[in-house]
Structures are given as structure tokens and as C-alpha cells.
Design a binder for this molecule. Structure first.
Ligand code: NOJ
Length: 547
């Protein structure tokens, strides 16, 4: 089934953080194999592995020094293959991270390029004698970098970089770079992976007089990449990491004639979910969906609450950003660049009702959801660690040494000190734990074709604090989507779920006619709702179906 990603839930896995199998304090593929049953038990279908390549790890592995090898701390190519096979054997697909905008400065291409002006690799990167070009380009890591140009003494020129100065950008005006990237993709696809999350794609080209983002040349290249993948590895999933406004995201899906990505992360919706919850007002969510264009048939958004980066506030206004910082990052060390470097559960003050509401909301919006490792147990962060490390600490499995992550005396980052209370083992036995509630939510979502693939429309509640929308399987969708037929042969035509969320901390009255009685899938033991005016309890989340 080529469009399996419509029905999937993803899990973001940081190999380094997951399980150490050889006592060196670093997670590795052999360790992760032993934890695949945990991932499977969540009810997810696909794993995205953060960069696992050889790297000096100055940017969490997004600084690659050899694209065709596994970082020695994480294992070998054979270990990677064993992980892939073990995941596939459990019915879990695997995609990897494809970092194509830049390499590490330790990559042999850059080393050759900087040492010799006449090296064929010189033109793999972007150079300048003055470092004054493309002045309209924003700086992304602005807490650390002062310019997108850095002077290299060895080369005697400036080189261009959109991220750390240890990550020189590749030159996509050089067709050889295209071929190198395609060969790297072939290498991993030949091993059997199911696709890529493609990193930082808005920034591939530079052109004077522009902000060097989303350029037409970039889209031409991405269409070429998709053509290669479709002809040589049909069915490969490509996910776009483009932190952009909805109207700038749309072109990354391409067109039916010239497709680019099947899936794009919906960055702008994410901070608005937190904003709406804290403001007790649905407006930010309603407004961003009004700005979100229809996407080509067969494509899909990817939705998320957190990931391995700071919670980005790039896609909100400066006023909202300031407000979000005040609300969610009162201490300066909680802030990074234009975002908030905290994990999900602490952002919500470990409030279980808000956690449940936010998940029920995110899991019922259109899009393929992705869960970040550790968030399934409400892991805390460590704001005393630099950069984004505080959200990348070792997974907490049990109350034994180093949370069961490693038996080394020193781990790559310190284990959070709450691990005795907060770990997988403790939560397994508690039906009300984050872990078991997430499993329940995923299972319930996956049982409803309308939540996975249905159309979406807001339902007026006459109350700014109560968000309601309907997900429904239109006749057209039911007829075209074979996979929408239930396994027992029942038709799903006409199926819908009415999702209702009270974003506030007081009871709200709403005018929603539920004549005939509705059952809440999220509270299966509760009595059916009947009537015209409903009282919605504080922070209630309902997924209603007709009884
Ligand atoms: C986006 C990744 O998510 C982030 O972690 C990384 O630092 C940049 N791209 C640069 O590769």
C-alpha cells in the first residue's frame, strides 16, 4: 500500500539516548533492538531515526562526516541492518534522516575543498572573498552565530553556512552534489529503509536579492529527487522538514505532475496548540487552519507536539513569541534562539488533564502524528545542559542504575534525576500513567478511519474556549480509499467523529445539538450525551460518535 503514511503514527528515535548495549554510556543500535517491543507496544507504525551517521556530533549528528557509515558509538552497518530487519519483522517501518543542506567541516569533501582551490570538491561548497553576499538571509542559530559566512584560514575565503559554522552548506548549483546525494540515498534505500525525513530543505540554494529560502531552484531540485526515488525505489516516503508558513509549505508537496514530498511537517500549528491552551482561547488554532491551504490528493501533513529541537516560535508574530516565552519559558535558560528548550510534560507543569487534552487535540487534527521518544512517559528536561541537550537525555526505563539505559559510570548526558519515579517500568503497571493513556489514545485514534483520513470542518460552539470540529469520511473519500473499508468488510461511508475540547479551566456551556445521544470514545464508561446545551468540564476532551 503506497500511501500507508496516511494511517500511520510515527515515533522519533534518538539512538544515542535509547539503550546502551555495550556499557560505553552511549545508546546504540543493538540496544535499540532490545527496546523495539516497547516502541511496538505504543501502537506506532514507523520509526524516524535521527542522524546515525559518522559525525563529530557538534549538532546532534546533523553534522555528517561520512554519510555511508554508522557513528562508531552507535554500532556498525551490520547493527543498523539488524535493527532494520528487527523493526520490519515487527511490522514497524523505518525512515532515516537525510541531511542534504550541509556536511560537517570534518567531511573529507570539505577538508579537500578548503586545502586546494583547484580540488574538484572546492565547488561542492559556497565560497566568497568578502563574506558580504546574500545579506538578506536570516541567521537561524542566532544565539551562537553572528553571520552566515565564516572565514576559513586554510581556504583563504569565507564559506556559507545556515547553521553552525562547523556545518558548511553544500553548493546545489553544482550538479555533482545532486548525484552525490542521490547515491547516498540509494545506499540506504538499498539496505531496505522505507524513506527519509529530509532536513533543512528550504535552504539548498542561494540567490542575491532574496532571503535564500524556498527558491524556485530548490523546488526544481526536489522534483528531480522525487523523480529519482519514484523511478528507482517506488513507494519511498519523503518527509519535508521546512519550518515555514503554510503558503510557503504548499509548494513542497509539488503538483500531481511534478511531486516533491508526500508529507510536510506542519510547523505553524504546533506552537498555536500550546498558545490556545494557555490563553484558554481557540482563536490561534482556528486562524492557522483558515490559513492552511488544501493540499494535493495523496499528500499529508505531519503533526507533532515536541521534537529534539527547541519548541520553535519562528512561525508566530513577535508579540505572540514574547507572550509564549513569558508563559512557558519564564527563566532565560529555558529559551534558545527563537524557541523554548523544554520537553512536553514540564511545559504543562506535569498536569495530566492538560496533557490528555493536548494529545487528544493533536491526535484528532488532520495529519500523521509523530511522538518524540521519552514523551510517552512524560519525561522531564534538564535546563542546565547547553544547546538542545536538555531534551535529549537518556531514556528512563526503570529505577536501576542510569534508569536502565546503561551500566556505564558516565553516560553521554546525565540521566534526569527523577528517573526513580518516572520510568517505563513504573508506568507499565499504572492504568492512568502517561504511557498507558497514550497507548489508549493511539489505539482509539487508529480505530477510527475518520480520524486518520477524514475530512475536517470546524463546528461552531458559540464559545471561544471550546474548540469543536468534525472529522468525517465523505462519500468521495470512502469510494476512492480502498483501505478505508473495515477489515470485517463494513463500509466506513458516512462515518464521523465530533471532537470537542474545553481549553479553559472552568466548566463551559456550549450549544451543540447531540440529539439521539453521543458516546465519548475517550471515556467509554461514561453515559451517552444527549441534549442541545452541553456542560463541558474544565479541560475536557471528547471524541464523540453516535450511539
Ligand atoms: C533541523 C534539525 O532538526 C536540527 O536539529 C538541526 O540542528 C538543523 N536542522 C541543522 O541540520
Amino acid at each position: 500500500m503506497e500511501d500507508w503514511y496516511h494511517d500511520a503514527v510515527f515515533y522519533e528515535l534518538y539512538i544515542r539516548a535509547y539503550q546502551d548495549s555495550n556499557g560505553d554510556g552511549q545508546g546504540d543500535f543493538r540496544g535499540a533492538i532490545a527496546r523495539l517491543d516497547h516502541i511496538k507496544s505504543l501502537g506506532v507504525n514507523c520509526i524516524w531515526i535521527m542522524p546515525h551517521y559518522a559525525s563529530p556530533l557538534l549538532d546532534g549528528g546533523y553534522d555528517i562526516s561520512d554519510y555511508r557509515d554508522v557513528h562508531p558509538d552507535f554500532g556498525t552497518l551490520a547493527d543498523f541492518k539488524a535493527f532494520l530487519d528487527a523493526a520490519h519483522a515487527r511490522g514497524l517501518r523505518v525512515i532515516t534522516d537525510m541531511v542534504m543542506n550541509h556536511t560537517s567541516d570534518q567531511h573529507p569533501w570539505f577538508q579537500a575543498a578548503r586545502q586546494d582551490k583547484n580540488s574538484p570538491y572546492r565547488d561542492y561548497y559556497v565560497w566568497s572573498d568578502t563574506g558580504t553576499e546574500y545579506a538578506e538571509t536570516r541567521i537561524i542559530f542566532l544565539d551562537v552565530e553572528k553571520s552566515n559566512w565564516t572565514y576559513d584560514e586554510v581556504a583563504g575565503q569565507y564559506f556559507w553556512h545556515r547553521f553552525y559554522s562547523s556545518q558548511p552548506d553544500l553548493n546545489y548549483d553544482n550538479p555533482k552534489v545532486h548525484e552525490e546525494m542521490f547515491d547516498i540515498m540509494r545506499f540506504w534505500l538499498d539496505m531496505g529503509i522505507d524513506g527519509f525525513r529530509v532536513d533543512a530543505i528550504p535552504y539548498l540554494y542561494e540567490r542575491e536579492g532574496t532571503n535564500c529560502e524556498n527558491l524556485p531552484e530548490t523546488h526544481d531540485f526536489l522534483q528531480k529527487m522525487r523523480r529519482m526515488v519514484d523511478s528507482e525505489y517506488p513507494g519511498t516516503l519523503l518527509i519535508a522538514e521546512a519550518n515555514q508558513w503554510p503558503e510557503d509549505l504548499l509548494p513542497y508537496f509539488g503538483t500531481p505532475e511534478n511531486p516533491e514530498f508526500q508529507v510536510c511537517f506542519h510547523f505553524p500549528i504546533m506552537p498555536r496548540l500550546y498558545q490556545a491552551l494557555r490563553a484558554q482561547d481557540k482563536t490561534p488554532i482556528v486562524e492557522i487552519w483558515a490559513q492552511t491551504p488544501a493540499i494535493p490528493s495523496g499528500t499529508q501533513w505531519m503533526t507533532f507536539l515536541r521534537n529534539h529541537d527547541e519548541l520553535t516560535l519562528e512561525m508566530v508574530t513577535p508579540e505572540v513569541r514574547q507572550w509564549m516565552w513569558e508563559q512557558y519559558a519564564p527563566e532565560p535558560r529555558m529559551r534558545l534562539n527563537l524557541g523554548i528548550r523544554r520537553r512536553l510534560a514540564p511545559l504543562l507543569d506535569f498536569n495530566g488533564e492538560k496533557w490528555f487534552l493536548l494529545h487528544a487535540l493533536f491526535l484528532s487534527l488532520p495529519g500523521t502524528p509523530i511522538v518524540y521518544y521519552g514523551d510517552e512517559i512524560g519525561m522531564a528536561d534538564n535546563i542546565w545542559l547547553p544547546d538542545r541537550h536538555g531534551c535529549r537525555t537518556p531514556m528512563q526505563w526503570d529505577a536501576s542504575k542510569n534508569a536502565g539505559f546503561s551500566d556505564a559510570n558516565e553516560t553521554y548526558l546525565p540521566v534526569n534525576d527523577d528517573y526513580h519515579q518516572r520510568n517505563v517500568a513504573v508506568q507499565e503497571d499504572d492504568p492512568n500513567s502517561y504511557l498507558n493513556r497514550l497507548r489508549f489514545l493511539l489505539q482509539t485514534r487508529q480505530s477510527q478511519p475518520a480520524l486518520r483520513r477524514g475530512d475536517f470542518e470546524f463546528v461552531e460552539t458559540g464559545n471561544g474556549a471550546v474548540l469543536a470540529f468534525r472529522r468525517f469520511v465523505s462519500d468521495q473519500l470512502a469510494v476512492s480509499g480502498e483501505q478505508l473499508a473495515m477489515s470485517d468488510g463494513h463500509s466506513v461511508r458516512g462515518q464521523w467523529v465530533l471532537c470537542v475540547f474545553n481549553l479553559s479551566d472552568v466548566v463551559q456551556q456550549v450549544g451543540l445539538a447531540v440529539a439521539g445521544g453521543y458516546q465519548d470514545l475517550l471515556h467509554p464508561d461514561s453515559l451517552p450525551l444527549v441534549g442541545d446545551m452541553l456542560n463541558v468540564p474544565p479541560h475536557a476532551a471528547w471524541w464523540l460518535v453516535k450511539t
